[in-house]
Ligand binder design. Structure first.
Ligand SMILES: O=C(O)CCC(=O)C(=O)O
Ligand SMILES: [Fe+2]
Length: 215
């Protein structure tokens, strides 16, 4: 098993990075497998009445009932790919080292062909993620910075570099206080990120209570 190394990046809110999540060779294998075997899609999202194909490709994966809505569309999850399920289990046990008892019933996989592909400014604060979600993002492939900016106040924006085989944990407060973006950069090479989430299922079990137990 890889030797995982944790770093706390901000005092508040809780933002952590861990390097050496899987170990080099397993991380290389995971990148190649996901790149080759997933049905990567480029949906068009409506913005001010016009359809724009997203500047990356993606797969939404998870338990059957973990639907996800954004930009007025309902994404039905694909069933867990065995590699992705194994990665989720590794991430969950790593989080336990931090004292975070997180559960993830879904994951958004993002594929960036090269530095031109990107994701714009947002917070992952959709109502179905509940209040104060814990989101864990595993990075594979080309190292790129995730840029953060504060919603209030004049504190400076900052970059978090995400190397191959690293995990970023956005804990309580991150989505409420910060936005993040993967901006275009002159960086060659493929990058795939897996952002694990717990989607609240209407009438489902008490995942909201679980999340609260993490604070
Ligand atoms: O690719 C990344 O590291 C960021 C992805 C992200 O912000 C998201 O999936 O919500
Ligand atoms: Fe995000």
């Amino acid at each position: 098993m890889a030797m995982a190394e944790w770093q706390r990046l901000t005092a508040s809110p809780a933002l952590y990075r861990c390097q050496g999540v899987l170990g080099e060779s397993e991380a290389d294998r995971a990148l190649a497998t996901l790149n080759a075997e997933l049905a990567w899609q480029r949906p068009a999202l409506k913005l001010y009445g016009r359809e724009h194909p997203i500047p990356r490709t993606q797969v939404w994966m998870g338990d059957d009932e973990a639907h996800y809505r954004y930009s007025g569309r309902d994404f039905q999850p694909e069933p867990w790919h065995p590699t992705v399920a194994a990665l989720r289990n590794r991430v969950v046990s790593l989080l336990e080292e931090l004292g975070l008892r997180a559960r993830f019933n879904s994951v958004l996989l993002n594929r960036y062909e090269d530095g031109n592909e990107r994701m714009g400014w947002h917070s992952d604060d959709e109502p179905e993620l509940g209040r104060d979600p814990v989101i864990a993002a595993l990075s594979l492939g080309a190292e790129r910075p995730l840029r953060f900016r504060w919603k209030r106040g004049d504190a400076k924006p900052f970059n978090v570099w995400l190397p191959h085989d690293s995990l970023l944990v956005m804990g309580p407060g991150c989505q409420a206080q910060l936005q993040h973006a993967l901006l275009p950069r002159r960086i060659p090479g493929l990058r795939i990120s897996l952002t694990f989430r717990q989607v609240l299922v209407p009438g489902g079990d008490s995942s909201a209570d679980d999340q609260r137990a993490c604070r």
